[in-house]
Structures are given as C-alpha cells and as structure tokens.
Ligand binder design. Structure first.
Ligand SMILES: NC(=O)c1ccc[n+]([C@@H]2O[C@H](COP(=O)([O-])OP(=O)(O)OC[C@H]3O[C@@H](n4cnc5c(N)ncnc54)[C@H](OP(=O)(O)O)[C@@H]3O)[C@@H](O)[C@H]2O)c1
Length: 334
C-alpha cells in the first residue's frame, strides 16, 4: 500500500509518500481501507518532536489519528463488523497511522460511520469527539445546567465541544476572534467573548467548568473564573497528577512534570478545584455515542477545508497556522 511516512523528526516537507507492506489484522483487529483522514495539531507536534519526552516516536512512522473508510478484512475473533461496512475510528501513535491506504486497528476502537455523513465528515470527528467526551463527561462529570467556558470555540475541538456541551444541557460561553463570532453562536454558544475586542479575564461571571484549549497563561487564568468546587479540563496545559502514571514515566520525567505543572497543581489544590489534563484514548463505544448524536441532529461536523491525499503536506501546513474553522480533511487516497 501507499503510506505517508516519516523517518526522522521534521516538518511537513519531511513526509514521504512511499510503499509500505500491507498490514495484516492480528487477532481481535480489523483492516480498514482509508477513504478519508483528518488533521489534528498532535500530528505536527509529534512530527516536529515537540512531545518527544512524553511521547517519543519510533521511526519509520506513519502518522495520523483520525480516519473513516470501508472494512477490508477482519482478524480472528473480531466479530462486530463485516467486510464492506463503512466505519470511522481513532488510531493511536504506537500502531499504523491514518495517513495510509489501509490501517489495522483493534475492533474495539472502531464504530459504524454515521450514514448521513460522507467519509471526510466522519473522519473529522473521532479525536475531537473522544477528547470532549473523555474530558467533559468521563472526567469532569458535567451535567445539565452547569456553566462552561470553552476556549477556541471555532477550532476543531472547540466547534465539537460547544455542540456536545449544549446537547448535554450545559450553558455555554465560548471564546473566539470576532471573525468567527457568528459561527460560534450558530454552533450553539449562548455567550461569545471575542478575544480581539474584550478580555475574558475581566468577566464578572464564574463558571462550573473551563475547557482550556489554549494552555500557557490561560491554564492558570482559568481557575480565577471558577465557582467554588469548579473544574478545569485542559488539553493544552501542564499534566495533571495522574498523567505521569498514564504514560509510565520514570523518575526523571516525573521530576520534569512536577516542575512544569506545580503552579497549576498548587492553584487547584489551594482553591479546592479539580484539574484534569489527559491524553485522549481510542474508543469505539464513545464513537458510537457520537454517531448517535449526529443521527439525532445534535452534532454536525464543521469542515474548514478538504485536501486531496497527495497534498497531505499542504493540509498539515495549513493546520500549523492555527486558524482553522473546524477540521481539515484529506481524502481520495492515491
Ligand atoms: N487530549 C489531548 O491532549 C488533546 C486532544 C485534542 C487537541 N489537543 C490540543 O488542543 C489544542 C486545540 O486543538 P484544536 O484541534 O481545536 O486546534 P485548532 O483546530 O488548530 O484550533 C484553531 C482555532 O483556535 C482558535 N484560536 C487560536 N487562538 C485563540 C485564542 N487566543 N482564543 C480563542 N481562540 C483561538 C482559532 O481561531 P482564530 O483564527 O479566530 O484565532 C482557530 O479557529 C491544540 O493545542 C491541540 O494539540 C490536545
């Protein structure tokens, strides 16, 4: 098969399209013919080596997490799908990536594609959707009536999270630039703070939760906006206390994590707040939940742009600019 591969850390131009042996599904795995994939910032962060201390890459490597396609083969003991089924999935770093003609994954990571979506739309959902569910529901246990501030409401995660939070019955405030204000309102945000016109840190309001998609100074600032007992769910800030265990970190890395995260941990603990910063896991079950929400009209994909598979480098370079409205999709494999 053809696959986009990397043999060292680099940038989009380091990617090579080359022949790769066809993957064979092991017991419990399925092989999916990839019809579309989508880009996530983690793709270029891993590619550049930004995360090499906590998530080193073993080369040669096929990057890519999000995909949708047709079931091509099922391994021994895999029984949920039949050849020809249309599916979508989130892959993981240690296995074949999505930017290839075929990928083998455990069948428990895969779900039936929502029938109303094309492959590109379906491929836009897994990573952002799983991240949102695992953050807002699985960890923070938010419930109807809670108030939430969602940063970067116009991006891949934010555009999904606004819709998901509204479907849960949350009251949603989102940040974005004024060029995206109408879009973010249309996605369901009841209040929008445009960062080029006002500073969300000046708000008098307090929230049950902040979904921090920005990191840096914004992670600590999130705690100043919480009601008593509130929660910061971050996917861009320093690790939480459980993170080192989740990646099996040795003592040196644990020390590094402590120095990186201690101000945030202290702020959370002194204020009586919860803080979560986690890596997203694959889950076919949660993708089935997402598919159901799509079919009920509670969620829709937001596609920034579509690139042919041959232009993966350009698609990733576009993502690196950080201005996408929703998701960037690559489709039409060679
Ligand atoms: N579990 C995990 O660890 C996990 C999972 C998923 C994502 N992430 C991380 O989460 C972050 C967001 O991911 P994403 O896929 O949503 O990224 P993205 O799609 O590239 O985000 C782009 C969006 O961010 C908006 N934006 C940029 N600066 C902003 C600011 N200061 N305030 C408000 N909006 C701003 C941009 O709007 P304008 O152009 O209008 O500024 C654009 O619409 C990334 O750092 C990613 O690596 C982590």
């Amino acid at each position: 098969m053809k696959a986009w591969t990397l043999s060292r850390y680099g940038n989009p131009s380091t990617l090579e399209l080359r022949d790769w042996s066809d993957p064979i599904p092991a017991a419990g795995e399925v092989r999916i013919r990839v019809r579309a994939a989508s880009i996530n910032p983690i793709d270029y962060k891993l590619m550049r080596g930004d995360l090499k201390r906590i998530q080193p890459v073993r080369f040669p490597w096929i990057p890519g997490f999000d995909l949708a396609g047709d079931m091509e083969a099922v391994g021994d003991g895999a029984s949920r799908f039949r050849v020809g089924d249309a599916v979508f999935a989130r892959s993981a770093k240690g296995v074949h990536g999505a930017f290839a003609e075929s990928v083998c994954l455990p069948e428990s990571w895969v779900a039936a594609k929502p029938a109303s979506l094309d492959f590109g739309e379906a491929a836009s959902l897994p990573l952002v959707g799983l991240t949102t569910i695992q953050g807002l529901t699985q960890r923070a246990a938010l419930k109807a009536g809670d108030t939430i501030l969602i940063h970067a409401g116009s991006g891949g995660v934010g555009s999904f999270a606004i819709q998901y939070a509204r479907a849960l019955g949350l009251n949603v405030t989102a940040t974005c630039s004024s060029r995206n204000e109408a879009l973010v309102r249309e996605l369901g945000a009841q209040q929008v703070i445009c960062y080029d016109r006002e500073d969300y840190r000046q708000l008098d309001q307090r929230f049950d939760a902040v979904f921090d998609l920005l990191g840096g100074e914004h992670t600590l600032a999130a705690f100043d906006l919480l009601k008593p007992g509130g929660v910061v769910v971050s996917i861009a800030g320093p690790p939480d206390r459980a993170f080192a265990d989740s990646i099996g970190a040795g003592w040196l890395l644990r020390l590094g994590i402590f120095f990186n995260a201690r101000r945030v941990w202290q702020r959370a603990e002194r204020g009586g707040f919860r803080y979560f910063r986690f890596l997203t896991s694959p889950s076919g079950e949660q993708l089935t939940t997402i598919a159901g929400m799509v079919e009920r009209g509670e969620l829709r994909p937001l596609i920034d742009s579509r690139f042919p598979f041959e232009q993966l480098r350009e698609a990733i370079a576009h993502s690196m600019q950080g201005r996408a409205r929703g998701k960037i999709v690559v489709e039409g494999l060679v």
